[in-house]
Each structure stands twice: as C-alpha cells, then as structure tokens.
Design a binder for this molecule. Structure first.
Ligand code: DGL
Length: 267
C-alpha cells in the first residue's frame, strides 16, 4: 500500500492558509495539518527568543502527531527559527521567504513589505543583498498582520492605506503571509505587480518530498465546499482568541478542511 504523506503547515495565525492553498492546489496525495497560533499572534513584534520558542512548540506538536515535513508558512518564523529548528528535527522543515527574486527580476523600484522582526533579520538583509543593482526599499508594516487577523476573523474594519508607505513602486513583495489576503488591493494601490512566496514554497515542498508539482494550479479546488480553507471570511470563528488545528484533504478535486478549535487556552 502507498504510504500516506502528512505535512504540517504552521503560521502565527491565518496567514499560512494562503500557503496551504498553494500547497493543496499544486500537490496531490498529501494530508495537510494546519496550525495557526492565533493565541500568540502577531509574531512580528515579538523578540527572537519568543518566536523561536513558539515555533519550536508548534513543530513539536506536528512531530507528536507524525509528519513527513513541516512548512513554516510564516516569513517571520522562517527568518528567526528555521536554521535552528532544522538542526533539532529529523524531518524536513521548509521555510517561506519573501519573493524578492522575481520582483527584482521585474526591475525598477521594489518595495518589500514585511513584519518588523522579518525586516530586522539577517536573512532578509542577505536576500536583498543578492540584488545590488535593484533599488529595494524594505518597509516594516508593523500592525498590518494583526489588522488582517482582526478583519478576517472578527470582522473589524481594515484601513489598508494607513499601513502602507507612500511612493511609486514598480513591484511589491508581500513578505508576510497575512498580507497575501490583500494582494489585489495592494496591487491596485501601487498600480504594480505583487509577488509572494506561496507558490515557491509549495514547489520547494514538492521537491523535498519528491512529489510531482502540477504546474497549473487547480483553481476549482475548494470552490464547491463550504467547509474549506478558502472560505475563511464566511467561517464563524469564536470570539475568544483561540488556537486551531485543521486537517486539509484533497478528495475528488475538493479540499476538505476541518478546523478543530482547541479549548480556550489560558493566557
Ligand atoms: N504571517 C506571518 C509572516 O509571514 C507573521 C505575521 C505576524 O504574526 O506578525 O510573517
């Protein structure tokens, strides 16, 4: 019998669902477990020690359930913790990095939007340093991830312009998976193409697991299923801050995504 493949996908909250979507659209035969640490979100303003601790706890959680790989669907957790966690765990850990390369190849003035912790990271500095001929501005959108959580989970209004720097840019990199929810709006605001690392991460996952990566995403996925990872806006999230872990399974071209809300977690 063919061995079942399980992959854990982690983010501080709902941002990583955008990466889960890419992975589920491009890879077949994988059961995805999703863990969003909403209780401690946002991570972007926390110190490195705390982010490493929380990310390690999340990876341990997947390890206990049994997993073939873990995706850190969080640029911040990747920037801070991926190197250390790769040394600690025996299964592959795939990170999510800001898509600076395609934006730099597009050329001109590039804006990278990320959390403060990612902006301060050596990893991002090294990444942008690889494109010395490109003019890259890195901007910490300090409260945008939290605003996205509050908007999509609790329905609070989100004033996007208040979170974005002014200026003219030829390409924008979304260096935080939460920002991907606003891809269209950010692209319209700057009248520029927007790049994110979701598809690249899915490709890397396929590569590591030696699975085929279907070039054309199956965009029909999930559309018909009311209980899937793309209908987050319509979901009734409880009003308290919760952790959730879900299971995403692709059966007959539909994604089944169940969310298990844990008991109210103590502060
Ligand atoms: N979604 C995360 C990222 O990609 C972090 C957002 C946050 O919790 O600050 O960076």
């Amino acid at each position: 019998m063919k061995k079942k493949i399980t992959v854990g996908i982690f983010d501080s909250g709902i941002g990583g669902l955008t990466v889960l979507k890419e992975c589920a659209e491009h890879l077949s035969g994988v059961t995805f477990l999703y863990y969003g640490d909403n209780l401690h979100a946002p991570y972007g303003s926390k110190n490195a020690e705390e982010i490493l601790y929380l990310t390690r706890e999340a990876v341990k959680r997947f390890a206990r359930r049994g997993t073939d790989a873990v995706v850190l669907a969080c640029n911040t957790a990747t920037a801070v913790a991926v190197d250390e966690l790769r040394r600690e765990f025996s299964f592959p850990i795939i990170g999510t990095e800001p898509a600076v390369k395609p934006a730099a190849e597009h050329g001109g003035n590039v804006l990278v939007l990320a959390t403060p912790r990612t902006v301060q990271s050596v990893r991002l500095r090294m990444l942008t340093g690889r494109f010395p001929d490109c003019h890259i501005r890195v901007y910490p959108a300090a409260h945008l991830a939290e605003a996205v959580e509050r908007h999509f989970i609790y329905g609070e209004p989100l004033y996007l312009k208040a979170h974005l720097p002014e200026g003219r840019y030829d390409a924008v990199v979304l260096g935080c998976t939460h920002f991907v929810y606003l891809k269209k709006e950010i692209s319209q605001y700057y009248s520029a193409p927007v790049f994110d690392g979701g598809e690249g991460t899915a490709k890397r996952l396929a590569n590591v697991l030696k699975l085929p990566f279907s070039g054309t995403a199956d965009h029909q996925l999930g559309e018909k299923n009311p209980n899937n990872c793309f209908t987050l806006k319509r979901r009734n999230f409880p009003q308290n801050r919760v952790k959730f872990i879900g299971k995403c399974r692709k059966i007959n071209k539909l994604i089944y995504f169940r969310t298990f809300v844990s008991e109210k977690t103590k502060k």
